[in-house]
Design a protein around this ligand. Structure first.
Ligand SMILES: Nc1nc2c(ncn2[C@@H]2O[C@H](COP(=O)(O)OP(=O)(O)OP(=O)(O)O)[C@@H](O)[C@H]2O)c(=O)[nH]1
Ligand SMILES: [Mg+2]
Length: 172
């Protein structure tokens, strides 16, 4: 069991892969609040997060990384504020193959940026889809260092634990 507790908010647009990532990373059973999508989201998938996802991973013996996934839909954005209370860092996810997702990420990134000085990292999913934006290009779009952006398939994410450890273990 880890000793230091770090709270990481996982946020980003609908269908970016937040719930999938937390399910893959967590070393304990995950609490999810996926409900049947009723609007345009139902065209891409069945379930959407309406409140939060929660999981814990242990990237090292000294660290408990508590993962709080937000809903992606703006109509549930009141949860973004609630879940960010006491956070140590924010991990943004975006579907790199979807123009709408990329536009929405800019909004969400700025939304959190205005409210926090916390460490931020951006993961761009769907690198397996042709034409998906690459991490360097996304960094340029957001006007941030390419060190803060990486490509990810949320369905196989175990390898990012060392990255999360190095980026978020020293946060206060
Ligand atoms: N092809 C591909 N599919 C991916 C990748 N990453 C995630 N997915 C899929 O994308 C979907 C993402 O769904 P969720 O994890 O529910 O997305 P979410 O961000 O939690 O969405 P909301 O809760 O609705 O905001 C799942 O079907 C994943 O299997 C990727 O890199 N490539
Ligand atoms: Mg979700």
């Amino acid at each position: 069991m880890g000793s230091k507790v770090v709270k990481l908010v996982v946020t980003g647009p609908v269908n970016a892969g937040k719930t999938t990532l937390i399910r893959g990373l967590s070393d304990v059973p995950v609490v999810c609040t996926n409900e049947m999508a009723t609007d345009v989201v139902s065209e891409v998938k069945e379930g959407t997060t309406v409140a939060m996802d929660h999981g814990i991973c242990y990237p090292s013996e000294d660290l408990e990384l508590h993962l709080y996934g937000t809903p992606g839909q703006r109509r549930f954005d009141f949860m973004w504020e609630i879940l960010a209370v006491g956070a140590n860092g924010v991990l943004f996810l975006v579907d790199g193959s979807d123009e709408t997702s990329l536009e929405e990420l800019k909004y969400i990134y700025n939304h959190f940026g205005e409210r926090t000085t916390l460490g931020r990292l951006v993961a761009v999913t769907r690198q397996d889809v042709s034409g998906a934006v690459q991490s360097e290009d996304l960094a340029a779009m957001l006007g941030i260092s390419s060190d803060d952006v990486f490509g990810l398939d949320a369905r196989s994410c175990d390898h990012i634990k060392p990255l999360l450890l190095s980026r978020f273990s020293d946060t206060e």
